[in-house]
Design a protein around this ligand. Structure first.
Ligand SMILES: Nc1ncnc2c1ncn2[C@@H]1O[C@H](COP(=O)(O)OP(=O)(O)OP(=O)(O)O)[C@@H](O)[C@H]1O
Length: 251
């Protein structure tokens, strides 16, 4: 049975339909990557699943329960945790305090301070440091750890690698295995196509608010994803799409 079901979702920013008629499902234990150009609607979709943005139409279900009308904190209690783009840590609080803030809405489960540090060894020794003084990668580990502290069933990661050095991205992605072994299902937005195809079991590609590709990562070629990414199967290639944000894998 699917853990997350999204049916005919429409999410608007004023008159802009940022997410249009989006439907997909994520099975328990799956890693699903959402890719797409800037402005395709990926973050809006993630925020809608987390309850940070109420959809205009459609339905979001978690393990068969309709959570569409639930507010964000109720969805955390139900098992959905979002690591937002930009991390949004409390810069003046310590790492430990940032992590413990989340435990107020903690569900029962395997994640606690020790488990987070074990999953992100780079946080070892940093618990008493001010979050605002950490490097970008360390802050991202705290942001993911904070979400894990709620013991989510579904972890939503929005562009966790943005602006980080490749070696740091490798370190963060190395921790994904530990996260999955803790029973957490992951839906992630990832701009680096190579990494998305490498880590995910399924890839969803969004274009102008719609899902234009939803395929098992092992059954889709990089070219097919790039075509969907830029809408090349349609009549014209938009000029703005030539400013490619698809990052090439190292040769
Ligand atoms: N708070 C907002 N108010 C108005 N428009 C918004 C808001 N947030 C996003 N948008 C618009 O909605 C569309 C989808 O944006 P969204 O951030 O979801 O896309 P994205 O695929 O995550 O892009 P990016 O990779 O740049 O973050 C864009 O046209 C964007 O300008």
């Amino acid at each position: 049975m699917s853990l997350l079901t999204v049916e005919n979702l429409e999410v608007r920013h004023g008159l802009l339909r940022a997410v249009r008629d989006v439907s997909f499902a994520v099975d328990e234990g799956e890693v699903v990557a959402v890719v797409g150009a800037n402005g395709a609607g990926k973050s809006t979709l993630m925020r809608a699943v987390a309850g940070a943005h109420q959809p205009a139409e459609g339905r979001i279900g978690l393990d068969g329960v309709d959570v569409t009308a639930q507010r964000a904190h109720d969805r955390v209690a139900a098992g959905i945790a979002l690591v937002p783009e930009g991390r949004r840590l409390f810069a003046d609080l310590t790492v430990e305090e940032n992590l413990l803030v989340a435990s107020r809405v903690r569900r029962p489960g395997p994640w606690d301070l020790a488990a987070v540090v074990a999953a992100f060894p780079l946080l070892d020794g940093l618990l008493k440091r001010r979050a605002g003084n950490l490097s970008g990668g360390e802050q991202q580990a705290v942001a993911i750890g904070r979400a894990l502290m709620t013991n989510p069933r579904l972890l939503l990661l929005d562009e966790v690698s943005l602006g980080l050095a490749p070696v740091m991205v490798d370190t963060l992605y190395d921790s994904l295995g530990t996260i999955l072994s803790g029973g957490t299902t992951v839906l992630l937005v990832e701009q680096d196509l190579g990494r998305a195809l490498g880590v995910a079991r399924r890839v969803l590609c969004m274009l102008e608010g719609r899902v234009v590709l939803d395929e098992p990562a092992g059954e889709v070629t990089r070219e097919q994803v790039v075509e969907a990414y830029f809408g090349l199967s349609r009549a014209a290639v938009p000029d703005r799409a030539t400013a490619a944000t698809v990052q090439e894998e190292p040769a």
